[in-house]
Design a binder for this molecule. Structure first.
Ligand SMILES: NC(=O)c1ccc[n+]([C@@H]2O[C@H](COP(=O)([O-])OP(=O)(O)OC[C@H]3O[C@@H](n4cnc5c(N)ncnc54)[C@H](O)[C@@H]3O)[C@@H](O)[C@H]2O)c1
Length: 440
């Protein structure tokens, strides 16, 4: 009788294994391309027909992934990459990688609907000799408490018939100094054989795989990484507010602290947290910790400070206008950068959305400019806006330009020269002199 472990291991080592990637967003699409680059045949799955249509035409829908990288497979080597909405085809994949969203619900509790739906689809066609890897960020226990029972329900046994691992994604969109290949990948399986197979799979696309003892440890590792960021950003955000009161510049302090060659890592303040990860993931752990009668105080405190930053920024805008004899009510404010961080086209959880909401609530007339997001829609906040062109004439029209996202493409010296007042939340105007520049 064929041993499923040896058969699948052989298929992966000889690159004959077919890879299925479920969820072709910021995380899933780069993984597809990495496996294709290594000569694996990949099927991409997504529920969004628009994405499948774009990919079939060799087109990208993510700014930092050029269409040429997709066309290089879809058009030139079509045997390597195809994409579909047909989940019945999951049975064709030897290894299935899950990269679907893990947001918070309206009550700020984990919303695992996407993972659950994907789990249901996989279990419909699960066959001996398949391996599944969950990459979506989630609380410790998800792989074994949610997915494993679904997969074993049909009678197949984990570690013998099929293999299940958790391997967190460390994608940082827009980063150029580290790639998927040069970023070590954590793998934790339900059984030792699961872990070994996971390591075999991922060693094809990354230079280093780090094996951990369980899926839970792998899940927790990702959360620690993101909580570490969230807590340290909260710390510098709090110190930024104190430095302002004490008439110091936090950015100068951080630059000086950074010269210590050990025991210090620089984090930077901003107008609040953004993106799919840092504002959300820590609360997956907070939720799970309740089951253990444990309160995650650092996470709560950091969340409290970070989510209050937009209010602080607005108070700085009000003060700066006040000094010029203006009130925020009725003033024209241009928010510069609506993406959640520089040089990306991602609007999710962007602090700019809160800034715009708060400015409007106080009666300001608000526009925004972002070269990467010509249109911004936020269903939660009930608005749809269009980016206005950035010219010297438009800049002069605004009472205040609020730098919310420090895209590299902006000419900050020119912006400061043309605008009556610039409120800068990112130290983008570093080195530029002007009494019209206020840090926030
Ligand atoms: N974006 C990041 O920088 C980043 C970094 C590390 C980890 N993560 C984690 O990776 C996961 C995915 O994040 P993302 O940023 O790629 O999300 P995304 O929204 O960009 O992409 C998710 C994709 O999954 C698709 N999808 C939803 N339900 C599906 C289903 N049932 N079947 C098939 N496809 C489905 C969506 O249409 C979308 O295309 C999340 O858990 C996130 O926390 C994200």
């Amino acid at each position: 009788m064929a041993d499923n472990y040896n058969t699948l291991s052989g298929l992966i080592r000889t690159k004959k294994a077919r890879i299925g990637v479920v969820g072709l967003g910021y995380v899933g699409l780069p993984i597809v391309l990495r496996f294709c680059e290594e000569g694996f045949r990949v099927i991409g799955f997504d529920v969004d027909p628009e994405k499948i249509k774009a990919l079939s035409n060799g087109k990208s829908y993510i700014k930092h992934i050029p269409s040429e990288r997709i066309a290089a497979f879809v058009k030139t080597r079509p045997a390597l990459f195809e994409s579909t909405t047909d989940m019945a085809r999951l049975k064709e994949a030897d290894a299935v990688i899950i990269c679907v969203p893990t947001p918070l619900s309206d009550k700020r509790e984990p919303d695992l609907t996407y993972v659950e739906n994907t789990g249901k689809e996989i279990s419909r066609t699960l066959r001996p000799g398949q391996m599944i890897s969950l990459e979506s960020t989630t609380y410790p226990g998800t792989t074994e408490e949610l997915l494993l029972p679904m997969f074993e329900k049909g009678g197949l046994k984990v570690g013998k018939d099929f293999f299940l691992v958790f391997s967190p994604e460390r994608e940082d969109p827009g980063r150029v100094d580290f790639t998927i290949k040069t970023t070590p990948k954590i793998v934790g399986g339900v059984t030792q054989r699961c872990t070994k197979l996971g390591a075999t799979l991922y060693s094809n696309i990354v230079n280093k795989v780090v094996k951990v003892s369980s899926t839970r440890v792998a899940e927790m590792t990702k959360l620690l990484e993101n909580i570490y960021r969230g807590v340290n950003i909260a710390l510098v955000n709090e110190l930024k507010m104190l430095c302002h009161r004490m008439n110091m510049d936090i950015w100068e302090v951080i630059e000086a602290s950074k010269t210590k060659p050990f025991g210090f890592q620089a984090f930077y303040p901003g107008p609040g947290l953004g993106g799919h990860c840092i504002p959300i993931d820590p609360f997956y752990l907070t939720w799970k910790a309740r089951e253990f009668d444990f309160s995650t105080r650092f996470i709560e405190l950091a969340g409290d400070i970070n989510s209050n930053m937009p209010y602080y920024v607005i108070s700085r805008v009000m003060d700066a206008l006040n000094e010029r004899g203006l009130s925020l009510k009725g003033s024209k404010v241009l928010v510069l950068g609506i993406a959640y961080k520089k040089d990306v086209d991602d609007l999710r959880e962007s602090p700019s959305l809160d800034l715009i909401r708060l400015l409007r609530e106080k009666g300001a007339r608000v526009d925004y400019n972002d070269p990467y997001l010509p249109v911004a829609v936020s269903h939660r906040r009930g608005f749809k806006m269009k980016s206005i062109p950035l010219t010297s004439t438009t800049l002069k029209k605004y009472d205040c330009v609020l730098i919310a996202t420090d895209h590299t493409c902006y000419d900050y010296a020119w912006i400061a020269k043309m605008s009556p007042l610039v409120v800068d939340t990112r130290n983008a105007t570093k080195g530029i002199k002007g009494t019209n520049i206020v840090k926030a």
